[in-house]
Design a protein around this ligand. Structure first.
Ligand code: ASP
Length: 601
């Protein structure tokens, strides 16, 4: 196919000085029109960019062209024939890639007229998002908005190239299927032919990709839509896309190397950035202890420090009782934080309380007056022994002029609070270096976590994740201590993806189901097909899934997943363009054997 189609010869945005004198035919949208009576300028926009078209008064056809140029309006679709000419010295427009040339039109044809758009088709104008999504086809005409989709397409193309180069096959898995547990609610689809029965839209292709390994396909990938019915946060969409991968006879290192190769190629080709590999690796425990999160932002320091040794036996009641109760005291230093005002410290205390903490301690390291030991300016200072202050300053490696934040409570909560504070303070005080891409594998995850509300163990990743060999012995005695062969890839504090080496032996899978409170009957009813598959010679296998929308968002420098999805849903899960979800008529419900309950107030 001709790159610009048979109706055109060139892309508007591709014209340069070396096209001088060429006869071209362009087609696109009227970006802007400037009319000076005897001469009219049209900025003509197509997917490749914008070029200036000039209609001059002259003889014969020229006047017709000028008359037509007078009539056109913004967003009309036109076709122009003309000659490329270099703009005179000093008349170039540096804001346009095509700014050194213009096209002198000798023919102009209107292909479509347009209503006045509800918002200007310009990147600079911030229109209301609901309005933009209602007219998404106009929104996407804005270069910056449309470019995000072009970047996304480049990303998927590179993903396919790398996966295929490594021998992976693109295999589709069903959309109408049974529930696959990934920890969210299913979207259900009622069956007309089997009344009263429902398909579930896949939360992921997890079980199918494992069965493809049983089937001997060995290397599978898919760029696949997944569906999770969750209460939506700003960075979630009910349907989203994953690069989904599974491979046989591999271990963690094989997969890490493959995805490092992929990331290097993506960053090189899309952003012209050379990444350093191998990526850093942290265990889950290290990530929590140093950064207070399982998706650490390692672009900057401000690491957390365990202060158990400092405050063991302390007179400060909250510290001692936290430690005596098996919890932790954790702190970190904010370099130069001594210059914060009292109000700023109070705001951080409020920040901690909003996140459910009882309080937050802080102190500023100051030079000691009579001794060479530093002192602490802090609301808690009078309760702290001199040795405690010295040990605190030493443990956090704080200098005079730094602030120290510290807090106590149950370990995970305190880690998470300090981790959130660390990131928020780094943002607030501009301590995050720009243009840095910090990737980090997080490994050694717990296999299960205790669900207090339901009084049961939940899989930390999903129920098909293999325990480490060491954890397999005595698994039932202390499930909470078991470690999984699971891993996540974090980038700048965001989880890009995660996966695991899977259980490939039926009896192990049954043991893990039992720990998760999935009885034999339930296991057979829900996952019988997987268990059967594992009984027919399953190779060791493992895989991963990456959130494509998130990767595209980060690489395109956008702030929301909606920016990299052509037709996204709003935060309430609706689509302002098509007005989905929508009511259906009684006939459709009857066919499906469904009747609606009255809406709850
Ligand atoms: N199925 C997992 C997910 O969708 C990824 C994996 O374990 O490969 O998050």
């Amino acid at each position: 196919m001709k790159p610009y189609g048979s109706l055109r010869t060139h892309g508007a945005g591709t014209l340069r000085r070396d096209h001088d004198g060429d006869e071209v035919v362009l087609g696109g949208w009227v970006d802007r029109r400037r009319d000076h009576g005897g001469v009219a300028f049209i900025d003509l926009r197509d997917a490749s960019g914008v070029v200036q078209v000039v209609a001059d008064a002259g003889e014969g056809e020229a006047d017709e062209v000028l008359a037509a140029a007078h009539d056109v309006r913004a967003e009309w679709v036109v076709r122009v024939r003309g000659t490329v000419r270099s703009r005179p010295e000093g008349m170039a427009n540096p804001a346009l890639d095509t700014g050194e040339v213009e096209v002198a039109a000798d023919h102009l044809e209107v292909l479509s007229q347009a209503e006045t758009p509800p918002f200007p088709i310009e990147d600079r104008v911030e229109a209301d998002e609901i309005l933009r999504l209602s007219y998404r086809y106009l929104d996407l005409r804005r270069p910056g908005v449309g470019d995000a989709l072009r970047t996304r397409a480049q990303i998927t193309s590179i993903m396919r190239r790398v996966m295929e180069r490594n021998g992976f096959l693109d295999i589709e898995t069903p959309m109408l299927t049974r529930s696959t547990p990934e920890g969210a609610r299913d979207f259900l689809v009622p069956s007309r032919l089997q009344r009263g029965e429902f398909y579930a839209l896949p939360q992921s292709p997890q079980l199918f990709k494992q069965l493809l390994m049983v089937a001997g396909m060995e290397r599978y990938y898919q760029i696949v839509r997944c569906f999770r019915d969750e209460d939506l946060r700003a960075d979630r969409q009910p349907e989203f896309t994953q690069l989904d991968v599974e491979a046989s006879f591999v271990d963690e290192d094989d997969l890490f190397a493959l995805f490092e190769e992929l990331m290097v190629e993506l960053w090189r080709d899309v952003l012209d950035v050379e990444l350093n590999v191998p990526f850093a690796r942290l265990t889950f425990d290290e990530a929590m202890a140093r950064y207070g999160t399982d998706a650490p932002d390692t672009r900057f320091g401000l690491r957390l420090t365990d202060l158990g040794e400092v405050f063991r036996g302390s007179d400060v009641g909250i510290f001692r009782s936290a430690l005596d109760g098996g919890g932790s005291v954790i702190g970190w230093r904010l370099p130069g934080g001594g210059s914060l005002t009292r109000k700023q410290f109070d705001d951080w205390v409020e920040f901690a309380k909003r996140r459910g903490a009882k309080g937050l301690a802080w102190g500023v390291v100051e030079p000691g007056e009579t001794t060479r030991r530093p002192t602490l300016r802090s609301p808690l200072a009078k309760f702290m022994a001199d040795d405690e202050v010295t040990a605190l300053v030493a443990a956090t490696e704080a200098d005079v002029g730094d602030a120290i934040f510290f807090g106590a409570g149950p370990t995970i909560q305190t880690q998470e609070l300090m981790g959130a504070l660390r990131v928020a303070a780094a943002r607030e005080h501009d301590l995050i270096p720009a243009g840095k891409w910090a990737f980090c594998w997080v490994t050694g995850w717990p296999l299960v976590e205790w669900n207090t509300d339901a009084s049961r163990w939940d899989a930390m990743h999903h129920p098909f994740t293999a325990p480490t060999d060491e954890s397999l012995e005595g698994l039932e005695d202390d499930p909470g201590a078991a470690r999984a062969r699971a891993y996540d890839l974090a980038l700048n504090g965001t989880e890009l993806g995660g996966g695991s080496i899977r259980i490939h032996r039926r009896e192990v899978q049954e043991r893990v189901f039992a720990i998760l409170g999935i009885g034999q009957e339930e296991a057979r009813e829900k996952f019988g097909f997987l268990l059967d598959g594992l009984s027919y010679g399953a190779p060791p296998h493992g895989g991963i899934a990456f959130g494509l929308d998130r990767i595209a968002m980060l690489m395109a420098g956008k702030g929301s997943l909606r920016d990299v999805i052509a037709f996204p849903k709003t935060q309430s899960g609706s689509d302002p363009l098509t007005h989905a979800p929508a009511e259906v008529d009684d006939g459709q419900l009857r066919e499906l054997g469904l009747r609606l309950l009255p809406r709850e107030k």
